[in-house]
Design a protein around this ligand. Structure first.
Ligand code: UDP
Length: 237
């Protein structure tokens, strides 16, 4: 049963449960769409019914932001640990390399997505990367036909949010792909162009703080956490 936070569904599965469910989707020929949920997206969706519908149409809404965990706790829910988009992507790549499934990377700058591919193959020997396309390609027909020729099991889309989610929903039916995951700026991290917070900070729930220091222009986006938690509390009262 999914948990509902301010109108948005969140999947209460951990990494292991998600990976086995996703592998089952592939083996049984089902299509699935994974979206990362954080307070910023939930708040945006309050004012944007299309975005709300879109987020709720995903197969798996992973609890990516620490704010989602706090909200679940406040509401008496069961979600206790984050499932981040990038960590789920890495685990899916590992599983794919062990099970002979293929992946495709679409998004980010040309040199970034190339480097992300190289590093993934280095980290997971045997990983089949069926192809990559950078995120500044404008020819939609070319994008769709390239992916369809490659027939990947899993497509990671890193165009930023909510653009990547709209793109996935619009094109899911046209693509010869089982699993679609929106991964935001993950290719930038995997390629080594953007550093993630040290693990110790991630563990104590302060990854957002590290990002604030590294990318201070994002402060406005982070401020939303405060009004988000306030709304969750108000709803509970
Ligand atoms: N991007 C892209 N095409 C565009 C605009 C952005 O491929 O037209 C990529 C950009 O290079 C970066 C990612 O989308 O890799 C956006 O990352 P961000 O961390 O902003 O994602 P968000 O936080 O919005 O999920």
């Amino acid at each position: 049963m999914k948990e509902n936070i301010l109108g948005i569904d969140v999947t209460p599965l951990d990494y292991g449960e998600l990976i086995s469910s996703i592998m089952k989707d592939i083996d049984q020929g089902r299509k699935a769409f994974i979206v990362a949920i954080n307070p910023e997206k939930i708040m945006k969706a309050q004012k944007d019914p299309d975005l709300k519908k879109l987020l709720n149409r995903a197969t798996y809404q992973i609890p990516d932001g620490i704010g989602v965990i706090i909200a679940s706790k406040l509401k008496g829910g069961n979600i206790r640990s984050r499932v981040t988009g990038i960590d789920l992507m890495m685990k899916l790549c590992q599983k794919a390399s062990q099970n002979n499934k293929s992946v495709f990377l679409y998004g980010a700058k040309p040199e970034v997505v190339e480097e992300a591919r190289n590093r993934l193959i280095k980290q997971f020997p045997g990983l089949r990367v069926a192809g990559v396309i950078h995120g500044y390609e404008n020819d939609q027909e070319k994008i769709l036909s390239t992916i369809n020729l490659a027939k990947p099991d899993i497509l990671f889309v890193g165009l930023g949010s909510p653009r990547q989610e709209y793109w996935i929903l619009e094109n899911m039916d046209k693509l010869n792909v089982h699993i679609f995951q929106g991964v935001g700026g993950s290719f930038d991290v995997i390629s080594g162009n953007l550093k993630r917070a040290p693990e110790a900070l991630q563990k104590i729930g302060l990854e957002w703080f590290y990002r604030l220091i590294k990318e201070p222009w994002r402060w406005r986006r982070q401020l939303v956490l405060v009004s988000f938690l306030y709304r969750v509390l108000l709803k509970r009262a």
